[in-house]
Ligand binder design. Structure first.
Ligand SMILES: CC(C)(COP(=O)(O)OP(=O)(O)OC[C@H]1O[C@@H](n2cnc3c(N)ncnc32)[C@H](O)[C@@H]1OP(=O)(O)O)[C@@H](O)C(=O)NCCC(=O)NCCS
Length: 192
């Protein structure tokens, strides 16, 4: 059986052959991230993000960078509590839609959730069909009171929110695929 790590590695190789790579977001990516997200938001496809929100949460974000190291897609994993995290701001440059990039980034967020030992991830979305392909199921947003009472309550659309809540369990067996935390760290150079 193909493990999550193997499936992601295969996808990563295919993307690399086309000059794309996944990496953590950097502060210098924020203008392009804001432009992409807010362009889709102006068409009602997702919620807008201010530059300050992006800077404050930059460590939540993964990027697909193109061969010029420019942002081609974004996604973020935002942890709310020890048992819950939200996948937010999934956006793929329009010219690259339908090539598996969005699905890959969501799976990378789920992989990170597994590494963090989170049992569940959720989304609020206008694209339920996309997330259904990724094993998310419809849920009641009230099942996530920490989201509702910390963030939704400050949203101008709180009283007439039309986003669909969906969640996905983070299978425990995924964690068996993952590298040890120590392997994620670069070795510290030793002095001669
Ligand atoms: C939604 C979005 C992220 C999808 O990214 P993508 O890279 O085009 O999607 P993928 O190619 O990875 O698609 C994966 C699967 O989902 C399906 N899919 C993609 N978008 C879909 C949609 N809007 N509705 C239903 N299914 C969809 C694809 O057909 C594919 O199915 P397959 O595995 O059977 O071939 C992208 O269209 C986008 O950036 N949209 C604008 C911003 C947005 O709406 N973001 C969602 C925020 S909630």
């Amino acid at each position: 059986m193909t493990t999550l790590a193997e499936a992601l590695a295969t996808r990563e190789t295919a993307l690399a052959q086309r000059g794309f790579r996944v990496r953590p977001a950097r502060l210098s990516d924020v203008p392009r991230m804001a432009e992409m997200i807010n362009n889709f938001a102006s068409q009602g496809e997702m919620l807008p993000r201010s530059a300050s929100e992006l800077y404050e949460n930059i460590r939540d974000f993964l990027i697909i960078a193109d061969e010029n190291d420019e942002v081609a897609a974004t996604a973020s994993l935002h942890i709310l509590w020890d048992d819950l995290a939200e996948i937010k701001s999934v956006a793929v440059s329009e010219a690259l839609h339908g090539q598996g990039i969005g699905a890959y980034l969501v799976e990378k967020c789920v992989e990170e959730a597994a590494r963090m030992e989170l049992p569940t991830v959720f989304v609020l979305t206008h694209k339920p069909g996309f997330y259904e392909k990724l094993q998310f199921e419809r849920a009641d947003v009230l099942a996530f009171p920490r989201k509702v009472w910390s963030e939704c309550i400050r949203c101008p659309k709180f009283s007439n929110c039309n986003e669909i809540a969906m969640s996905r369990p983070v299978a425990r067996e995924f964690t068996a695929d993952l590298p040890d935390d120590d392997d994620l760290l670069d070795p510290i150079p030793t002095r001669a």
